[in-house]
Design a protein around this ligand. Structure first.
Ligand code: SF4
Length: 431
């Protein structure tokens, strides 16, 4: 039994009777993983990718270690405001991904089902609710969620808030992308600042907010430059990195560490970091693959095909393409409101379709995989519209179903067969 299997089994065996012990074990697991990643180069990961994983694991550990600074959030909670108040956001989807990575999500999914959460509900949210109800997640100082993208947010955070007896701060993002919507969200962000200040008992430090804003603007600038380079180069990548990037590009945006990551990632692609040159520069006739939505990073054949591949470049998930919005220092809340409203996941599915199609053209994608996550109306609902638009842009597309969190929800064999067949067609086209 390997160490991850052992960890998963120990958590699964203990969490019902010993939730505090299990929480400690999870923190310890994060600390060990962080040290392990820092100690040696374990494989072909680039410096930015090692830093990325360390950062992601560290943020989980910090959030679980300091309940008085813990904010339970979804992906689109305005991160800079939280960081400016010295809070540690713990994202529902990111937390469940860590459970899944530690092979212990199953117990929490079952626990949620025993407490009435339907099995048709998104497994990220189901595992998170299970972990909360089981006592694995400490009582937070704040709960902040937005209605962006995902209708599960409403029910999940309401359930979690009732469980802890903590007031939820909910940001309603209008469907319509208009100036009125931006003003409406801006007013809510003003309320959010007051809510955080009341809860913490002190005013928001303007210097800390400005620092967070400048970190975000620098991160966005590095990300734009990285994407500009990615359009003309191959870049070594792996499935799990795309998932870690979602966390850093959303909930950790505004931190010094996120800024460092985006700088390092840019340095890696232009080859100025150690080890970056030989693995990043140049065009190697790779087939270039875009990914739409989350990635089932536990599916071994998927990793065998795509991780550090010398045949395919896993370009980017559209979940990592949505936050390229600079913040105007003279209207911080207005800019953050605009970022939420204009996000390509907000509003009609046509907005996302148009944005992903532009992304595919910019990154010169040969193919795209649209992953339909079980229970996710968002990813399932627009899949065929997205496929048609990509096809019209001459990007071959595979729609594939599965579950990116619950390991029982994806048939690895079938997944591999379909992906291989798709890639063979892609390869055949250049023959
Ligand atoms: S996978 Fe879909 S339902 Fe689940 S958290 Fe993401 S957007 Fe929401």
């Amino acid at each position: 039994m390997d160490v991850v299997d052992f960890f998963g089994e120990t958590v699964s065996r203990n969490f019902r009777r010993h939730p505090r012990f299990t929480r400690g074990l999870l923190r310890l697991g994060c600390a060990v993983q962080q040290r392990r990643l820092g100690a040696k180069r374990v494989d072909a990961r680039l410096p930015s990718q090692i830093f990325l994983e360390q950062l992601s694991v560290r943020s989980m550990r910090m959030a679980l270690s300091q309940p008085s600074r813990l904010a339970l959030v979804n992906m689109f909670a305005p991160a800079e405001l939280l960081h400016a108040m010295g809070l540690h956001p713990l994202c529902a989807e990111g937390f469940s991904s860590i459970l899944s990575g530690g092979k212990c999500e199953r117990g929490f999914l079952d626990y949620a089902a025993e407490h009435g959460v339907p099995e048709t509900y998104c497994s990220y949210h189901r595992a998170f609710i299970g972990a909360v109800l089981a006592g694995l997640v400490p009582k937070p100082r704040f709960i902040v969620a937005s209605s962006s993208v995902c209708d599960a947010n409403t029910n999940t955070f309401r359930t979690v808030a009732a469980h802890y007896g903590v007031n939820e701060f909910y940001i309603d993002i209008p469907y319509e992308v208009t100036e009125d919507s931006v003003c409406y969200v801006r007013r809510q962000l003003e309320d959010m600042v007051r809510h955080l200040e009341d809860g913490m008992g002190h005013r928001m430090d303007k210097g800390a907010l400005m620092r967070a804003v400048r970190n975000t603007n620098a991160s966005v600038e590095y990300q734009r430059k990285f994407i500009g380079e990615l359009a003309s180069r191959d870049f070594t990548n792996y499935v799990a990195a795309e998932m870690h990037r979602i966390l850093v590009g959303h909930n950790l945006l505004g931190t010094d560490e996120a800024r460092t990551f985006f700088r390092m990632q840019y340095e890696d692609i232009i080859g100025s970091s150690s080890g970056g040159v030989e693995r990043c520069v140049g065009m190697h006739a790779h087939k270039r693959l875009l990914w739409c939505h989350v990635l089932p990073y536990y599916v071994e054949p998927l990793k065998e095909i795509l991780d550090f591949s010398d045949r395919y470049t896993l370009l980017m998930s559209d979940l990592n393409y949505d936050q390229q919005v600079s913040i105007d220092e003279t209207d911080i809340l207005g800019s953050m409101a605009r970022r939420l409203v204009t996000n390509h996941f907000n509003g009609s599915v046509e907005r996302r379709v148009a944005s992903v199609t532009r992304m595919a053209k910019k990154l010169r994608a040969d193919g795209a995989v649209i992953f339909c996550h079980w229970g996710c109306k968002h990813s399932n609902g627009g899949a065929f519209l997205l496929r048609n638009a990509l096809k019209a842009a001459e990007v071959d597309t595979l729609i594939i179903d599965g579950d990116a969190c619950d390991r029982r929800g994806t048939n690895a064999g079938q997944f591999a067969t379909r992906l291989q067949a798709f890639l063979e067609v892609l390869n055949g086209q250049s023959a």
